[in-house]
Design a protein around this ligand. Sequence first.
Ligand code: NIG
Ligand code: FE
Length: 407
Amino acid sequence: MAMAGLSGIRGDRLWKNARIATCAADLGIIESGAIACRDGRIIWVGPQSALPPDFDALEIIDCAGRWITPGLIDCHTHLIFAGNRSDEFARRQAGESYADIARSGGGILATMRATRDASENQLVEAALSRLDAWIAEGVTTIEIKSGYGLDRDAELRLLGAAREIGHRRPIDVAATYLGAHAMPPDRPRDVYLAMIRDQIIPCIAANKLADAIDGFCETIAFAPDEIATVFEAARRHGLPVKLHADQLSDGGGAGLAARFRALSADHLEYASEDGVKAMAQAGTVAVLLPGAFYMLREPQPPPIAAMRRHGVAMAVATDCNPGTSPLTSLLLAANMACVLFGLTIGEAWLGITRHAAAALGRSASIGSIEAGKACDLAIWNTESLAGLIGWMGPAPLHQRVFKGISQ
Ligand code: NIG
Ligand code: FE
């Protein structure tokens, strides 16, 4: 709220007469607040009464008492894929489990087959049509994982598509390489893992093709010691890591993620108390994915009480994918995190803003409304922040602001 920062400066845009949830310190509510931006960044935020009287901006926007939150951040998606897995939904409804379907060559491998057959352009176009749902909900940063190519060229094509999506729409994309998502059927295990470690990760690091490295640590995917070798390669090449951890069973994923100071460990239904404690010590964010929990009818929710007790930051994401979480609404994910996992409204809001930024290693630039951060905002037609998460229909978004520009 540095007033001095405004003297002698003319802002590009000033939003006035707003109720603001800065999400900087808890929800950081400011009744009757104002936000000023210049060159795409926030230069001032605070109570309107504290705004220097001589401050001027090229454009002044009266928000008529509307709520402003940070632009939303979906920190875990598999947005880019081809094909359709509705047959698996029918199979699960008829009694088969996700793991059984995966072992029979369905699941991730079914999407792999369709994705390998698609061109980069086809993948981009399909993902862009899905992305409209995020943009309509005020999302300004989305993470997108590869992981449905499972060979060098197809994985690099997915990462190329992720970068392209960020160029084609006013949204920031964090691209994550998820080569260790499932074992491709056409290679021996050690050969595939060596390819990830010795060819693909070095190439990604050298050409900045991804912002982080992810893996799926599970009995139907990769063992902890296999993931550890992938993470060691990531570390050698200066890339941060994330992990699909303890989703279907306790495989020690939370502790493994913490050992590598992962940005996040995601899912976590079966994470142990020790794993959660290690995450707290390492500063690893817990990314809760209630869409997959719901679709797979998981009997056990993630250990939220332990996360609170040990002070683990909790983020919430859609996990949008064609199999376990065909969910395109981050606000609905937040709703489900409240209803299914017992998050408070405040926890859910931080989960899709500040803590989601931390899960992407981007706390310095996004996730809250603070001077110096990107001016990414969502302006809402709502009476209350609880109402936004309590509603399960289309989001009452008034306007989305991306790097200071109203969309
Ligand atoms: O996050 N858990 C592993 N990966 C995805 C599911 C991918 C799929 O089934 O296509 C997830 O839920
Ligand atoms: Fe996932």
